[in-house]
Design a protein around this ligand. Structure first.
Ligand SMILES: [Zn+2]
Ligand SMILES: [Zn+2]
Length: 206
């Protein structure tokens, strides 16, 4: 019992001295645009195990997991949710639009509501792994439902005009806002919760 407690304590002490985790850069995802993954399950073009020369680039922008010796944005041990699978292709009937530039202000959300459709406004970032799961979910949904409009806003970072405008009280990404076809705000879902998002869209569709 005593031994266990000691072991536990030393583990926690190790945690406390682990170098701080890095800030994700968009380099990894950008390299994954072609959908080619290596056997380390990351985009081949950005894999530091395949291309050790890239290490300096990632370290320079602070995108580095000191604990596992890979970029933070590629660390599947720290981020088991991480996936680089390419997003499904959208049919022409899908109503999807990217709003403004990365981090740019977009104005009041009510003005972005598409009349007669359920409107889903998705605040995301390239470095946000759970946001990719919202994409996979929403892309499939809008592919089947032309009555749902998806508007995507790339936050960039927590310091951008867009973040200051719409994410002041939002603790985490993704942050998805759902409006009914009549333009009423139905729900804001912060963090990855696909069940809540589905329920909000159902409610907005009634
Ligand atoms: Zn690799
Ligand atoms: Zn790690």
């Amino acid at each position: 019992m005593r031994l266990f407690a000691l072991a536990c304590f030393s583990l926690c002490a190790a945690c406390a001295t682990t170098p701080a985790h890095g800030t994700w850069s968009d380099r990894t995802l950008a390299a994954g645009a072609d959908g080619v993954l290596c056997d380390h399950r990351v985009p081949e073009g950005a894999c530091v195990k395949h291309h050790p020369g890239l290490e300096g680039d990632f370290r320079r922008v602070g995108d580095w997991c000191g604990e596992h010796g890979v970029p933070e944005s590629q660390c599947l041990e720290c981020h088991p949710d991480l996936t680089f699978q390419p997003l499904p292709a959208l049919p022409p009937t899908a109503d999807v639009r990217w709003l403004a530039g990365t981090g740019d202000a977009i104005g009041p959300l009510e003005a972005l509501v598409v009349k007669g459709k359920v409107t889903v406004i998705d605040f995301y970032a390239d470095w946000c792994a759970p946001c990719r799961k919202v994409d996979a979910f929403m892309f499939e949904l809008v592919s089947a439902r032309p009555d749902v409009a998806l508007r995507k806003a790339n936050v960039g970072s927590w310091e951008t005009a867009l973040a200051r405008e719409h994410l002041r009280d939002v603790p985490t990404l993704p942050s998805v806002v759902v409006f009914s076809a009549k333009g009423a705000l139905v729900k804001r879902v912060n963090g990855l919760d696909l069940a809540a998002l589905r329920a909000a869209i159902d409610e907005a569709s009634r």
